[in-house]
Design a binder for this molecule. Structure first.
Ligand code: GLY
Ligand code: MN
Ligand code: MN
Length: 441
């Protein structure tokens, strides 16, 4: 990743945030490093908001943004340290970071507690991610108290405390051209990984062997991480929505549900495909699969500028509910099923979520009680499914079938762009890919 390639982009985002604030000071820190066990850390991942505004990848850093008549962006980061750099690698240090990342000022992070109270003097408002990190909450309160203690010197502390995420979430919801470029690449890598999984699945292999194929394809294409723990779920495991143990053997008659996406330069992709381990759908599997596919098609048709957030979901639910009636999984009239939500026994989650720096990305779904309208530049998933756990009242041929089909889409002026289209989803395309792989083509 080349963090500083799009400097003006980050500076423009900071200016926009300052303009939205009007006045006051914002403090946004990056994520802490976290221990996994004893002295081993989890792989480091920056904070999405901090990264969105800076492009800066190092831990132990914070952005201070002063809004108002003379706006200013300050970075606090680690000092250079020849000894630590031998062990852990390069760090910019404030001076080089200021220049390379285009800040007005940069200071050692060790000076933040000393300088922050001064920057808050006589400022009307403080914006920061309230409640996100207990340590930062305590730290920010200490700064405020330092300023308050100077009241008799005629110095005023900020009167208003805002959650800066309210402003940033709205900004992050509309992706710019650079973000969409990265997201398209993340989507293509994930699609290639799903193709690889389809090509390598065989009866007798383990779910984790297929997971390894996915991770291999992510990494060899430059994606830094999986965007979330991959779900590789054979047979009845597909009916466990967050199945992640991935340690069962694939059997001949199973469907394999794979929900996996990568994170590329901070941006997530999120794809689910479901296919037969044998390479051929059985009739009952195909009936369920075609139903989910039809629901997804209906939902994608509703992803267009001006439509409300819930329209794709409602369209998918209507198709799925009618299909459940047709397959005799449930009974009653369509209106009853929708009204009483009896379809939820087999379809219990929502049809999508915002997608971006976080796999379940920032952004409100409702505003003032109403579902938000879709607008060009919004990115979301469309992921209906059907999960038929075995039970006495379920027709035998459908028992333990779980299917989900998930694509990533970007709202365009006339409809939407499916950015994960390179992962096959028509049954005949999946079967052809698997057949060719087995024939060694
Ligand atoms: N893989 C997480 C999701 O589909 O929402
Ligand atoms: Mn997913
Ligand atoms: Mn998803």
């Amino acid at each position: 990743m080349k963090p500083a390639d799009h400097l003006s982009l980050y500076a423009a985002r900071r200016s926009r945030l300052a303009a939205l604030m009007g006045e006051g000071v914002a403090v946004i820190a990056t994520a802490p490093e976290r221990l996994r066990n004893r002295d081993s850390h989890y792989p480091y991942r920056f904070d999405s908001y901090f990264y969105y505004l800076t492009g800066f990848l190092e831990p132990e850093a914070a952005l201070v943004l002063v809004a108002g008549k003379s706006p200013k962006a300050l970075l606090f980061c680690r000092n250079r340290d020849p000894e630590r750099e031998i062990w852990d690698g390069f760090r910019y240090g404030p001076e080089a970071a200021r220049e390379r990342f285009g800040f007005d000022e940069a200071h050692p992070i060790d000076e933040l507690d000393k300088l922050a109270p001064k920057m808050l003097e006589d400022q009307p408002a403080l914006y920061y991610p309230v409640g996100a990190e207990a340590d930062w909450d305590a730290r920010v309160m200490r700064w405020l108290n330092v300023v308050r203690a100077r009241a008799r010197a005629g110095i005023a502390a900020p009167e208003r405390l805002h959650d800066v995420r309210v402003l940033l979430d709205d900004m992050r919801l509309l992706k710019d051209a650079h973000e969409l470029g990265v997201m398209r690449r993340a989507a293509r890598i994930a699609a290639a990984a799903h193709r690889r999984a389809m090509q390598s699945a065989r009866p007798g292999r383990m779910e984790y062997e297929i997971e390894a194929e996915l991770l291999h394809e992510f990494r060899r294409n430059g994606a830094q991480f999986p965007a979330y723990s991959p779900i590789v779920a054979a047979g009845a495991n597909a009916c466990v929505l967050h199945y992640v143990s991935n340690d069962a053997r694939l059997a001949q008659g199973d469907l394999l549900l794979i929900d996996a996406g990568c994170e590329l330069d901070g941006y997530a992709s999120d794809i689910t495909r479901t296919f037969p381990v044998s390479g051929r759908f059985r009739a009952a599997q195909r009936a369920v699969y075609e139903l989910v596919l039809a629901a997804q098609r209906a939902a994608i048709e509703k992803v267009k500028s001006g439509n409300a957030w819930n329209e794709p979901h409602d369209a998918a639910v209507r198709v799925l509910a009618q299909g459940m009636l047709d397959l005799k999984l449930i009974s009653g009239s369509l209106d009853e099923v929708l009204e009483k939500e009896t379809y939820k026994r087999f379809y219990m989650h929502r049809t999508g979520h915002w997608l971006g720096l976080d796999v379940h990305d920032a952004g409100e779904y409702k505003r003032a009680g109403n579902w938000r309208s879709l607008a060009p530049g919004m990115a979301l998933t469309v992921e209906p499914g059907l999960y038929i756990r075995a039970a006495d009242d379920v027709p035998e041929r459908f028992r333990d079938i779980g299917v989900r089909i998930e694509d990533d889409v970007v709202v365009t002026p006339g409809g939407c762009e499916v950015i994960t289209a390179e992962a096959p989803k028509l049954p005949e395309d999946i079967e052809a890919l698997m057949r060719d792989a087995r024939a060694g083509a």
